[in-house]
Design a protein around this ligand. Structure first.
Ligand SMILES: O=P(O)(O)OC[C@H]1O[C@H](OP(=O)(O)OP(=O)(O)O)[C@H](O)[C@@H]1O
Ligand code: HPA
Ligand SMILES: [Mg+2]
Length: 182
């Protein structure tokens, strides 16, 4: 059965996503000073891989890219509340400005724990650029800076986001038909 037929509704089309990503990249570019050291954009694997790839190609100043991985959803739709760091940075971020790139901030536990981790590693500052922000589910108080879009209280898939490791390759963000959330 074709992947599209699993989707109940589309919340952001590929076109809407690409317009918003261009705006976010322009904001990041204008916030950076051309004379300061290149910031490190750290994508939170796996979910951020598509957004990170789109975002970095629209930033018009020197930057570095790295990945970190924290998992807390497994095959379900609820956070365990205790993200497990399973891949650390390759780059040394001591004294660097880090921009943590997330597909979605939901309970807030992933970014909260990663900000602490990056600060301990010596980053001079850490900001967060998330494509989606779902404040209805927030458990760890955290204000998303540079947030792409307000996400209503659905478990969404596509544009890097999965349910049980499937649907990341959808070029849009949507909600599954109920029979596929099991
Ligand atoms: O705000 P939170 O409640 O912490 O949720 C957000 C995090 O959850 C997802 O990752 P997940 O742990 O599912 O791993 P994945 O990126 O490999 O899908 C998503 O990619 C974010 O990193
Ligand atoms: O709504 C979501 N979809 C996919 N992954 C997620 N991780 C946290 N929230 C979500
Ligand atoms: Mg996930």
């Amino acid at each position: 059965m074709a992947l599209d037929s699993h989707i109940e509704k589309v919340l952001w089309t590929a076109g809407e996503i690409s317009d918003r990503v261009a705006e976010l990249a322009a904001e990041i570019t204008s916030d950076l000073s051309p004379n300061s050291p290149a910031p490190v954009l750290v994508g939170v694997a796996t979910g951020a891989f598509v957004f990170l790839a789109d975002l970095v190609r629209q930033i018009k100043l020197p930057i570095s890219v790295d990945f970190i991985r924290a998992d807390s959803y497994g095959a379900g739709t609820e956070s365990t509340g205790a993200p497990r760091l399973s891949l650390d940075l390759k780059l040394d971020v001591t004294g660097k400005h880090v921009i943590l790139v997330e597909d979605i901030v939901d309970s807030g536990s992933t970014v909260a724990s990663l900000i602490g981790h990056l600060e301990k590693k010596g980053a001079s500052s850490v900001s967060v650029c998330a494509f989606l922000d779902k404040p209805a589910r927030r458990k760890v108080e955290f204000r998303v800076v540079g947030s792409g879009n307000y996400c209503p209280d659905y478990f969404v898939v596509g544009y890097g986001m999965d349910f049980a490791e499937v649907y990341r390759n959808l070029p849009y963000v949507g909600v599954l038909k109920p029979e596929f959330y099991s």
